[in-house]
Design a protein around this ligand. Structure first.
Ligand code: SF4
Ligand code: SF4
Length: 146
């Protein structure tokens, strides 16, 4: 599978999702099962391979269905981009990466897929672990005083 095939059409990078990473980490897999993810759905193969049947959803992903029905590869190719499906939300923002979708899509659109694949882990680290410095963005450890 090409590395870019693990980038979902909404901008989520499945290659750094815990459900995908559970394929190489049995402790993580057990922890996810304990959290209620059905064992038979692990490890996840990624959004594109599953055609939007993301294991954290009870029904096929509405966003995936929308993008494919419009014939797009990524949401940024859509006339309605960014629509309400991509709207940032504070609800569950500390555990789910939904607020990174539009940022990720911007990197893919403006800097290209290779640049995104190089940056995405750092983007996720800044999102979950960065300390917000107003006006400068989320700083990683050691960067706060730069
Ligand atoms: S499809 Fe969903 S659960 Fe599977 S790797 Fe992608 S984001 Fe994670
Ligand atoms: S309407 Fe456009 S931007 Fe919104 S989910 Fe569908 S394809 Fe993506």
């Amino acid at each position: 599978m090409k590395r870019s095939e693990l980038v979902a059409p909404c901008g989520i990078h499945c290659a750094i999702c815990p459900l995908y990473l559970a394929g190489e980490n049995s402790l993580l897999l057990e922890a996810l099962v304990e959290k209620g993810i059905p064992r038979e759905k692990l490890p996840c193969q990624g959004c594109r391979a599953l055609e939007g049947h993301c294991p954290v959803l009870e029904t096929p992903c509405d966003t995936y269905g929308c993008i494919t029905s419009r014939g797009h590869d990524f949401c940024y190719q859509c006339q309605e981009y960014p629509c309400k499906r991509l709207n940032p939300a504070s609800h569950r923002a500390e555990v789910l990466p939904h607020n990174t979708k539009v940022f990720n899509l911007s990197v893919i659109e403006h800097q290209g897929m290779e640049a995104f694949l190089k940056r995405s882990q750092e983007v996720q680290a800044r999102y979950y672990k960065g300390k917000m410095v107003v006006g400068r963005g989320p700083a990683l450890e050691g960067e706060e005083k730069e």
